[in-house]
Design a protein around this ligand. Structure first.
Ligand SMILES: C[S@@+](CC[C@H](N)C(=O)[O-])C[C@H]1O[C@@H](n2cnc3c(N)ncnc32)[C@H](O)[C@@H]1O
Length: 197
C-alpha cells in the first residue's frame, strides 16, 4: 500500500481544504492549453440525454460539482468522505452528502452518470469502489474518471526529496482497471499534464 491510498493519510490530508488548495495552486493547463477539468465536464455533458441524475464521488471543495450542477436538466448529488468538503460543496448550492465510494448510500441503478475526478488513486479497495459505481449506475449509464500519469510532477517531487508516485489508478493502469468492470471504455490522454491533484 502506498501513502496515497492509506486511509488514515488520505483522511488527514483532506480533513481541511489547505492541502487540496495548495495542490490546486501549482496546477496549470497542459502545454497545448487543454484543461482536464473542462475536458471532464465536456465528457459528462456528452453523456447526457435529456434530464439526468448525476453522482460525483470525491467532490473535494465542490468546484466541479458547481459546474455540473449548472448543466441544464441535471440533478446532482455530490459526495466526499471529508465532512469539511461536504460542507464547502453545500455552500455552492449543491446537494452534498458524506459518503465513502466503497459504501455508496444509494439504490441500484439510481444515476445516469457517475463522475470521479482525481480520487480513485486514493481508494484502498478500488475493486469494491468500482463495483459500487457499477451498481448505482443505470444500465447504459456513463462513468467518467480522471487521473494522473505516474510521471506527473515527478521532477518536482524528486527535486523535493520525494519519488515518483506509482498509483493503483493512473493513466498507465486506469484503462485496464476499468475494463474489468465496464464493457465500453474510452481513454482520452491529455499531453504533458503538469498539474497535481
Ligand atoms: C485529489 S482530491 C480531488 C477532489 C476533487 N475531485 C477535485 O478534482 O478537486 C481527492 C478527493 O477524494 C476524496 N476521497 C478520497 N478517498 C475517498 C473515498 N474512499 N470516498 C469518498 N471520497 C474520497 C478526498 O476527501 C478528496 O476530496
Amino acid at each position: 500500500m502506498s501513502q496515497l491510498n492509506d486511509p488514515d493519510y488520505v483522511r488527514e490530508q483532506y480533513a481541511t481544504e489547505g492541502n487540496l488548495e495548495t495542490r490546486r495552486s501549482v496546477w496549470h493547463p497542459t502545454a497545448d492549453g487543454l484543461d482536464p477539468v473542462n475536458e471532464a465536464l465536456n465528457a459528462i455533458d456528452r453523456a447526457l440525454v435529456g434530464d439526468a441524475h448525476i453522482l460525483e464521488v470525491g467532490c473535494g471543495t465542490g468546484v466541479m460539482a458547481e459546474r455540473i450542477n449548472a448543466l441544464p436538466g441535471v440533478t446532482l448529488v455530490a459526495t466526499d468522505f471529508s465532512e469539511r468538503f461536504v460542507e464547502l460543496t453545500a455552500v455552492r448550492g449543491v446537494d452534498a452528502r458524506p459518503a465513502d465510494i466503497c459504501y455508496l448510500p444509494f439504490e441500484d441503478a439510481a444515476f445516469d452518470v457517475v463522475y470521479a475526478g482525481w480520487m480513485l488513486y486514493h481508494v484502498r479497495d478500488p475493486e469494491r469502489a468500482l463495483n459500487e459505481v457499477r451498481r448505482v449506475l443505470k444500465p447504459g449509464g456513463t462513468f467518467v474518471a480522471v487521473t494522473n500519469g505516474n510521471d506527473h510532477l515527478a521532477e518536482l517531487r524528486i527535486a523535493a526529496g520525494g519519488k515518483r508516485d506509482i498509483t493503483q489508478f493512473s493513466s498507465e493502469t486506469g484503462e485496464s482497471v476499468l475494463r474489468r468492470r465496464f464493457a465500453d471504455v474510452r481513454r482520452h490522454d491529455l499531453g504533458d499534464p503538469r498539474g497535481l491533484r
